[in-house]
Design a protein around this ligand. Structure first.
Ligand SMILES: NC(=O)c1ccc[n+]([C@@H]2O[C@H](COP(=O)([O-])OP(=O)(O)OC[C@H]3O[C@@H](n4cnc5c(N)ncnc54)[C@H](OP(=O)(O)O)[C@@H]3O)[C@@H](O)[C@H]2O)c1
Length: 267
């Protein structure tokens, strides 16, 4: 399987690295295209067999699967540029572009002869480079073989799930934006540790280990967070006082408001 990745930014680069690490596709069968060369050169330095180019149409024409990994406002230009070199009877389009639906992509991808490709939407988060990512896959005119290949590929980079397109905005909020929200908790808790007397370095490492511990406890027990919170919350004790103070400051609503605010729905 030959893969083209259009856009070598955070996502395009992470996908290229993830695919090479998966060993399901050889580096020489991946071509990455980007207008500026700095990120392409960095990828080439990392994996010398990866092909790089500044010509999107050349990259797309030779691939079985074409990943679109550009910012949403670049989608129209990029699709217009590569469309004449695509053959929808043989090639599959995978869009990583956040917030652009299959229906919107179809409007851009429709060929002069009225044909449309197999189309997949993929929302990974940045942790795919560490093997701990979350990737949601959805699509239109899909084929089981490609769907399963994409699931297998992204499962090598963490958790991968096929979902209905209607859930994609929620998926983006929960896992892609969600990484920033989890990091925001770590940042704020670290600042709290500094206020309580730890150095920044000590506080960050304690908070990270505490988060790691919370995850391991949940995994080991198979329980839900409510049960595990109850295990450390003695009636009248310190944890209860802390949780109540957080709740009085609107912790729960702040998290839910943040998730809802980043759930974009466009048609
Ligand atoms: N970051 C995330 O966590 C995340 C998660 C899920 C989905 N996404 C989606 O992934 C997409 C890319 O996001 P990103 O974070 O990777 O952005 P990014 O780091 O800014 O990368 C975008 C890349 O596209 C390149 N580019 C610009 N114009 C192009 C063109 N005409 N042809 C080919 N490449 C072009 C840019 O190159 P130059 O820098 O040289 O201009 C840049 O390297 C977005 O649509 C975003 O919504 C991101």
């Amino acid at each position: 399987m030959k893969i083209a990745i259009i856009g070598a930014g955070n996502m395009g680069g992470a996908i290229a690295i993830g695919i090479v690490k998966s060993k399901l596709v050889q580096a020489c069968d991946i071509v990455v295209s980007n207008p500026s060369t700095e990120k392409l050169d960095a990828l080439k330095n990392l994996y010398p067999n990866i092909q790089i180019t500044t010509n999107n149409a050349v990259a797309a024409s030779s691939a079985d699967v074409v990943f679109l990994a550009v910012k949403p406002w670049k989608a129209e230009d990029v699709i217009t540029e590569i469309k004449p070199s695509l053959d929808y009877s043989k090639q599959v389009i995978v869009s990583v572009i956040g917030g652009i639906s299959c229906e919107q992509l179809d409007r851009l991808l429709l060929s002069d002869s009225g044909s449309l490709p197999q189309l997949y939407l993929i929302i990974p988060n940045t942790a795919i480079t560490t093997g701990c990512g979350v990737t949601f896959i959805s699509g239109k005119r899909t084929a089981d073989v490609i769907k399963n290949n994409l699931l297998a590929l992204f499962s090598t980079m963490g958790k991968a799930m096929y979902i209905d397109e209607a859930l994609m905005p929620a998926a983006t909020s929960l896992a892609s934006c969600g990484i920033a929200y989890a990091l925001q908790y770590i940042k704020v808790a670290t600042e709290g540790g500094v206020q309580l007397g730890f150095s920044h370095e000590e506080s960050l490492s304690v908070v990270m280990q505490t988060i790691q511990g919370a995850l391991e406890v949940l995994r080991a027990s198979g329980a839900n967070p409510t049960d595990e919170i109850a295990r450390v919350t003695t009636p009248g004790g310190l944890t209860l006082r802390g949780l109540q103070a957080m709740e009085e400051s609107g912790f729960e609503q702040a998290v839910i408001n943040g998730l809802c605010a980043s759930t974009i729905i466009k048609n």
